[in-house]
Ligand binder design. Structure first.
Ligand SMILES: *Cc1c(COP(=O)(O)O)cnc(C)c1O
Length: 456
């Protein structure tokens, strides 16, 4: 028998108490950042030769550091794409940490990877991709987009004619910043269709027609967005898929934010055509109520991803031997060692059932419609465009850009709400406006009313 380490038991109880308090609190502090110098002055030296002790460090966290974060699950945090992990998922995130699973190869992570795959099967079923399609959990949408882009490019380069060419992709200005950033990482050129409204096959075709002969030769993929981050706009996936099929282009759908809405019957038809994608990005840490971080990349043909990403090394051969009887997540995306970050999602899905996910996503969509009606009924407010998915862009009549900034800071300073301004491209000009993005099903109509009232 091991001697029970009293200090360890106490620390474990303290941590559990804190976690229970955090997940069961009905009203959280919204928190705000502080300058690094200020935090340093407050907490002093913490990493020392002898250590300051767990209890002391934990108290520093509770008293001074936790409140310097802005939790994304606050019901009045409607900025960027917020999140709202389920308590079940948070609890199993702790289990994931405690279990020390190296999630790269089945040989070491069979139990965890099995659970991940159960959750993945459900996600893939939402897309309508054909038999054989599957996916793998990544650190987020950025890593998923990069993994898909590299798979597409490597597949294209299998043709000797393109072996030494730098590839080119087309997307729209509504695409997420990570597409441009990852094109840089993959050393791929990018052409942007200059409209933030939904991309269509015709607009894509017109853009292709403007390419030089060499550009056309190097064009290998199109990235459509299944719910733009700024406005929730879903590109016309059906017509884009047709162009890609005709022109032999890889069709990637970035649904990092919008992908959760595939479960919602009220909007599922807007995604028609997604079942023709070669690859899809969906972030469970956005609208599938998983804790950070958890993204997913899905492929129609898993073999192509394996050709692009499978790592070779003498120290790895053993994994591919006995472990090869199972699924090796490392083979399909950019990471080797990986957390089994789909495990919390699996536990939450198993706990609640997929119907609860449907209801929670529908609630986010409904909140956007409610906000739209409240804005239309308000004499000083106007919608910039109709709510799309759970995004609402609206203006306060008479406000200049600095008024929005000031209002955001003021509400944040008070610990009341975090609602940030954005820009919307209207013809040749960009208008600054306010933006809601709803994820948390616990946000209430009253929350929205209070936020709108604060604009008077
Ligand atoms: C959030 C988002 C991303 C980036 O995902 P991360 O998880 O932040 O890396 C990519 N694409 C879209 C459409 C997004 O909304």
């Amino acid at each position: 028998m091991h001697k029970i380490d009293i200090e360890l038991v106490e620390m474990t109880l303290d941590v559990m108490k804190y976690v229970i308090g955090r997940v069961s609190a009905t009203e959280h502090q919204i928190g705000k950042p502080k300058r690094s110098e200020e935090l340093k002055t407050t907490v002093g030296e913490t990493v020392t030769a002898k250590g300051v002790g767990g209890e002391y460090a934990f108290n520093l966290w509770k008293q001074h550091l936790a409140s310097a974060n802005v939790p994304v699950d606050h019901p009045r945090n409607l900025a960027f794409v917020p999140a709202s992990p389920t308590k079940a998922a948070i609890m199993f995130d702790l289990i994931t940490s405690a279990s020390s699973i190296h999630g790269a190869y089945w040989m070491e992570g069979a139990g965890g990877i099995f659970c991940e795959n159960e959750a993945m099967e459900w996600i893939v079923s939402l897309t309508g991709l054909p038999e054989g399609a599957f996916g793998v959990f990544t650190s987020g949408g950025t890593a998923a987009n990069l993994s898909a882009l590299v798979t597409a490019r490597e597949h294209w380069r299998e043709n000797p004619e393109f072996k030494r060419e730098k590839g080119l992709i087309i997307t729209s200005i509504g695409a997420h910043s990570s597409i441009k950033a990852m094109a840089k990482v993959a050393d791929v050129d990018i052409v942007l269709v200059d409209s933030e409204e939904h991309l269509t096959g015709d607009a894509l075709q017109e853009t292709i027609a403007t390419l030089t002969e060499h550009q056309r030769k190097c064009l290998f993929a199109v990235v459509a967005t299944g719910g733009t981050t700024n406005a929730g706009i879903i590109d016309d996936l059906e017509s884009i898929a047709r162009v890609c099929e005709d022109q032999n282009l890889w069709f990637h759908v970035d649904a990092a934010y919008g992908g959760g809405a595939l479960v919602a019957d009220s909007v599922r038809h807007l995604f028609n055509g997604i079942e023709k994608a070669d690859s899809i990005t969906i972030d469970p840490h956005k609208w599938m109520f998983s804790p950070y971080d958890c993204g997913a990349v899905i492929y129609k043909d898993m073999e192509l991803a394996k050709n692009a990403h499978s790592q070779q090394g003498s120290y790895l051969e053993i994994f591919k031997d006995e472990g090869a009887h199972g699924f090796n997540p490392t083979d399909y995306q950019i990471q080797l060692t990986r957390r089994v970050r789909g495990l919390p999602l699996w536990f939450s899905l198993a706990t609640h059932g997929t119907d609860r996910y449907k209801e929670a996503v529908e609630r986010g969509l409904e909140l956007a419609q409610i906000a739209g009606r409240l804005i239309e009924a308000h004499p000083d407010l106007e919608l910039v465009r109709e709510p799309s998915l759970s995004c609402v862009l609206y203006r306060r009549i008479g406000w200049e850009p600095e008024d929005y900034t000031h209002w955001t800071y003021e509400n944040h300073e008070k610990g009341f709400a975090l609602v940030t301004p954005t820009k919307w491209k209207n013809g040749d000009t960009y208008e600054t406006c306010s933006r809601f993005c709803f994820i948390n099903p616990d946000t209430t109509e009253k929350d929205i009313v209070m936020i709108l009232e604060s604009m008077e």
